[in-house]
Ligand binder design. Structure first.
Ligand code: ADP
Length: 580
């Protein structure tokens, strides 16, 4: 058997580009993209991507060049997921909520050659470019070429440079044939982490990793043929958890949205008969708070949620509206979701609240992961499957990133003994399902006891008036740290929030938690600070909690709370992508 040859007929590099070619061949006239009044078919999408790829080549974009984009979920953003790799380049989608300084940092670090900017972000992009131009370390030749994406339906005529996206598509060659991929390990995307716990790092994905993750998420979510997918999750976030490529693989329809208000979401669901969408659990609040006459689901909508723990109390409320939730856990470094809480039929018989508790667990590995485990990082021993012993979640398999671009040190720290270390703390239940208890940096250590902030947050969410909750460590003169809760609350029937006192929330926690886990302080905010993917920014809250202690107890200035220093941006060692 060893002598049997590997050849082009039986061994081709894996790449998601194949999904588009296939969709255009077999779903040529099926709608690929809906955006306001615009409709494209898969035949048209393939042609537009070929044109754009050929134009990028004409602009001297070559293999491994980085092409950055700052845009909402509009058709151009979708098309670039295919066109950029078809030109041999690497797609860098930038978080659209970043400020100019952060955008400039990413452009500088990624060495982007071309920068596509949606008209909505022209101002922030302009400021970012001015920062680059003013930086003496950035030679003029390294300033990216800017191409504005104007709206297809109602062009604004906004200009930042000479070129506009539709011109590039128009001028390109519709018959362009992209060069055969030499190696499936070649990079396809560069995604900067959201930096909720540290400075952003450039996570590089390979064609192979993107291809395999896409397939296993389709399977893990049991997504059938021809889905109608609503883009509520930003495409810039882990390439839309791979569904940018996945919807082509299923011959589905992408419903693109510039904004994601409850009205936009419910209107799109009704108009286009949406079957699937992804979102962070925080979006459930938006869906729940819509006017009752807006909530008009006529058939179930599948939601894949993740990015933060979905509290069981919220899961119980959202499903009766007609949404069917699948819970996934992942991170940028794992090409998005790496674990899915695969539902077992026998659980259908259980009461609703037990079902919600099972579903709130993060689950088991997706098919392309070789393995997942929870380990004691000092000994690398697996924790017992008792649902209690804490350890760090580690992953290995084809979904894991190539590494951090130009940051050899961070890359080697992320991998340990053949595992990728997630930085999340969890337990394994006797049935093998994992449950996250915290990020290692978020665990609160009070009087030597570990307190899971997720557990305290789940208890807070059980209070009927609590809309959002986040618990962080607050320095405490006696206990070292103690839990401090930040909550946003629902209005009462008179439209007010002031009636709900801190004491009531604390007494609710006393009824639902062991005494040592009860927050020592509860701060009510109109809204909790979040990043663009709906993740609560605990760093900001930790800083607020630290100030609280200072104002409560000025004598304790030298408190030992971990100040979460932000490390400098990744070590610049000029390592090329291909050598990662
Ligand atoms: P960043 O690490 O920069 O915030 P990511 O978007 O990659 O960016 O965040 C990944 C983190 O989000 C995970 O490490 C984990 O802490 C958290 N997370 C993701 N999904 C879940 C989930 N289903 N339940 C709990 N936490 C989650």
């Amino acid at each position: 058997m060893d002598q049997l040859p590997k050849c082009e007929a039986n061994y081709t590099p894996l790449t998601p580009i194949t999904f588009l070619k296939r969709a255009s061949a077999f779903y040529a006239n099926r709608t690929s993209i809906i955006y306001e009044a615009t409709r494209f078919t898969w035949g048209q999408t393939y042609e537009r991507c070929r044109r754009l790829a050929s134009s990028l080549r004409a602009l001297n974009i070559v293999k491994n060049d980085v092409v950055s984009v700052l845009a909402p979920n509009v058709p151009a953003m979708y098309e670039m997921h295919f066109a950029v790799p078809m030109a041999g380049a690497v797609l860098n989608t930038i978080n659209s909520r970043l400020d100019a300084k952060n955008v400039a940092t990413i452009l500088r670090h990624s060495e982007a050659k071309v920068f596509f900017v949606d008209y909505q972000y022209v101002q922030v992009a302009g400021e970012a470019l001015r920062i680059l131009v003013g930086d003496s370390k950035v030679p003029e030749s390294s300033i990216p070429l800017v191409i504005v994406i104007d709206d297809i339906d109602s062009p604004t005529g906004v200009r930042l440079g000479e070129l506009e996206y539709e011109q590039l598509v128009h001028k390109g060659n519709p018959k362009y044939v992209h060069a055969e991929l030499e190696d499936e390990w070649d990079p396809i995307a560069l995604n900067y982490t959201s930096g909720t716990t540290s400075a952003p790092k450039g996570v590089a994905y390979s064609h192979r990793g993107a291809y395999l993750s896409t397939l296993s998420l389709i399977l893990g979510w049991e997504m059938g043929g021809e889905p109608v997918y609503l883009w509520t999750l930003p495409m810039f976030h882990c390439n839309g958890w791979t569904f940018t490529w996945g919807i082509a693989a299923r011959g589905g329809t992408n419903v693109c949205l510039r904004n994601t208000t409850a009205t936009d979401i419910y209107r799109s669901i009704a108009m286009h008969k949406v079957t699937h969408m992804c979102c962070a659990p925080i979006v459930f609040n938006i869906l729940l708070q819509a006017e009752p006459n807006e909530i008009t689901l006529t058939s179930p909508v599948q939601i894949l949620t993740g990015g933060a723990p979905p509290p069981a109390a919220l899961l119980e409320k959202i499903e009766p509206l007609g949404f069917h939730i699948t819970h996934a856990y992942g991170l940028t470094e794992a090409t998005g979701p790496a674990l899915v809480c695969e539902w077992q039929r026998k659980w259908n018989q259980l009461p609703r609240d037990d079902q919600a508790k099972l579903k709130a667990r993060q689950g088991i590995s997706i098919l392309t992961l070789d393995d997942v485990d929870v380990k004691d990082l000092k000994t690398m021993a697996s924790v017992p499957h008792d649902g209690k012993t804490l350890g760090e979640i580690v992953l290995r398999g084809s979904s894991i990133m190539k590494g951090y671009f130009k940051d050899r040190k961070a890359t080697s720290e992320a991998f340990k003994d053949g595992w990728f270390v997630t930085g999340d703390v969890g337990v394994v239940h006797p049935d093998g399902y994992l449950e996250i208890k915290d990020r290692s940096k978020d665990v609160i250590i009070s009087g030597g006891e570990n307190i899971s902030s997720v557990e305290v947050e789940s208890a807070l969410y059980k209070h009927p008036r609590v809309l959002e909750a986040a618990v962080v460590a607050m320095p405490h003169p006696h206990w070292g740290e103690s839990p401090c809760a930040f909550v946003a609350i629902r209005n009462n029937s008179a439209g007010k929030t002031e009636d709900l006192r801190e004491a009531e929330i604390i007494s609710h926690c006393r009824k639902n938690l062991p005494h040592f886990m009860v927050p020592k302080k509860v701060v009510v905010l109109p809204e909790l600070p979040k990043n663009s993917t709906g993740k609560i920014l605990k760093n900001e809250l930790r800083a607020k909690a630290k100030e609280l202690l200072v104002s409560v107890n000025l004598s304790n200035k030298s408190s030992n709370v971990n100040p979460q220093p932000i490390p400098p941006f990744g070590e610049q060692n000029l390592q090329a992508f291909s050598r990662l």
